[in-house]
Design a protein around this ligand. Structure first.
Ligand code: 4AD
Ligand code: MG
Length: 481
């Protein structure tokens, strides 16, 4: 029998209408009131059982977690907490749930505990809200680019190029480790491997994206990326999703404008389309904050924080200006940073990024023109400054509570400058010929950036750990399910 979504029923006023609802039991009180959730909304519908006329054995099977189908008229509810309920005329157990063994109880569980039962954590309102916000953000990203005529480019997940240098790679191979074919010098003979060469999981679709942008104009990728870094932090995953637009004829300012516009667009979309989910997450966060000492509590709640981000333009400054601020800062003077800023050239750690956005500017910040030494080979080189320091047209967007949300740059379009930099960085130009061809045939200024999708979801949901905003997190020593 066709069934009705609980989301639609909770707003319905068609009393008397006979309907069927299918979902999972959240609670069953007084042998009478079943709270059923079908995932369509955070709300449950109450189904009222006439226990005098219901088989005892059947009542016993209405347990938390069981899948049920109930049929009966929709009636106005007399109890408080809900407007409508179902007067159960027939009830079928679709799938039992042993109450002794079902790990989720109708009480609050820790996020750490839920991570261990990631296959069941979807049954909680917290994860329902997170994954609906994730869906809205994902949809909004596509809509944003579609409205602007960008081509959605599916770049390869298995890559034959390892020059991006964005992080350690996972190797893809079908070779038998116990019996690897060897060259006379003892090295592995990759000609025997599946692709006849060494291949890896991609760390970024950018280089392939650049080829397409230099023909189609504006493109973006949105796919999984893999990094084998041993970073066990609340901001890193070994498998994460990245959005990488690449635009022909864009210079760094155009790049920054687009990135800021994109982030504001998708945050606004989530606020507009997931009000219930965001309200739920806002309340959840406030509850969590109550456990913290006053001084550690956030100044703004989740909705205020998101709106604040929409209402203010991102602060734009150069790396060199940022270093000066950090050197003068209290935590640097008082040696409270783990990594002290000794001077120009230092790579920024997340403690420094967070100081800039959370303490100094108190809003998202775009840092530009980093030292060439700490950035990728493909970034456009600036003229050395008066002191001979070399910088590149990089831009990183830093967010409160997150640190780096976006990394991007204007690209080096001049062949000689690019190959010279590759040589300095020991990147074999021969293997990169396909990439360098864009600079040989009709090269032009172009720019792009990468948004870490889970970091975006982290910001919009206010969750503290990136493992809780992806359905099945992959981190060092963890690839469950
Ligand atoms: O700064 P990244 O390494 O930049 C690139 O990969 C460029 N190819 C992007 C481009 O210009 N097209 O990564 C981009 C973003 C980071 O700012 C961060 O938000 C996210 O990807 N990111 C991660 N997110 C989760 N886990 C990790 N291990 C991440 N590494 C990077
Ligand atoms: Mg980066």
């Amino acid at each position: 029998m066709k069934h009705t979504r609980i989301k639609d029923l909770l707003n319905s006023t068609e009393y008397g209408q006979r309907i069927t609802v299918k979902g999972w039991v959240r609670t069953f009180r007084n042998n009478q009131f079943i709270a059923i959730n079908d995932g369509s909304t955070l709300g449950n519908i109450q189904a009222v059982v006439d226990f005098h006329h219901t088989d005892e054995a059947l009542l016993k099977r209405i347990t938390t977690g069981a899948a049920v189908a109930v049929t009966g008229p929709l009636v106005e509810s007399l109890g408080k907490g809900q407007r409508v309920e179902i007067k159960v005329e027939s009830l079928e157990i679709l799938g039992d749930s042993d109450p002794e063994k079902f790990p989720l109880q109708p009480k609050k569980h820790s996020l750490e505990f839920l991570r261990e039962i990631a296959h069941l954590r979807f049954r909680t309102n917290t994860f329902n809200a997170i994954f609906r916000v994730r869906t809205a953000l994902s949809f909004a990203i596509h809509q944003f680019f579609y409205e602007r005529g960008f081509v959605y480019l599916h770049t390869p997940i298995i890559t034959g190029s390892d020059a991006e240098g964005a992080g350690e790679m996972f190797q893809v191979t079908t070779l038998d480790f116990d019996n690897t074919p060897r060259n006379p010098d003892g090295s592995v003979d990759y000609r025997e491997d599946f692709f006849g060469k060494q291949t890896n999981l991609t760390v970024s679709g950018q280089l392939e994206g650049e080829l397409a942008a230099m023909a189609l104009g504006n493109i973006y990728t949105f796919g999984p990326t893999f990094r084998a870094e041993n970073s066990n932090t609340t901001r890193h995953l070994a498998e994460f999703w990245m959005i990488e637009p690449e635009m022909a004829f864009y210079e760094l300012d155009d790049n920054m404008d687009l990135a800021e516009e994109l982030l504001k667009y998708v945050i606004r979309f989530a606020l507009d389309h997931c009000p219930d989910e965001i309200e739920f997450l806002r309340t959840r966060l406030l509850e969590e904050e109550k456990n913290k000492p006053q001084k550690d509590r956030a100044e703004m709640d989740l909705v205020e924080k998101l709106n604040f981000c929409l209402d203010n333009s991102f602060e734009r400054l150069t790396y060199t200006e940022a270093i000066a601020i950090l050197q003068r800062s209290k935590p640097n003077q008082k040696k409270q940073f783990k990594y002290l800023i000794e001077g120009w050239g230092a790579d920024l750690q997340s403690e420094h990024e967070r100081y800039l956005v959370e303490k100094h500017f108190k809003k998202p910040v775009i840092l530009t023109d980093y030292p060439a030494e700490i950035k990728a080979f493909y970034m456009r080189q600036n003229e050395p400054d008066a002191e001979g320091r070399r910088t590149v047209r990089a831009m990183d967007i830093l967010f409160p509570g997150i640190g780096e949300m976006v990394g991007g740059s204007q690209r080096e379009e001049r062949l000689d400058k690019l190959t010279q930099r590759m040589e300095e960085m020991d990147i074999p130009a021969k293997e990169m010929d396909w990439f360098l061809d864009t600079r040989r045939f009709g090269t032009a200024p172009h720019s792009g950036f990468g948004v870490g999708f889970e970091r975006l979801v982290l910001f919009v949901t206010g969750m503290p750990n990136i493992r809780d905003v992806i359905p099945f997190p992959r981190t060092p020593h963890n690839a469950e399910f």
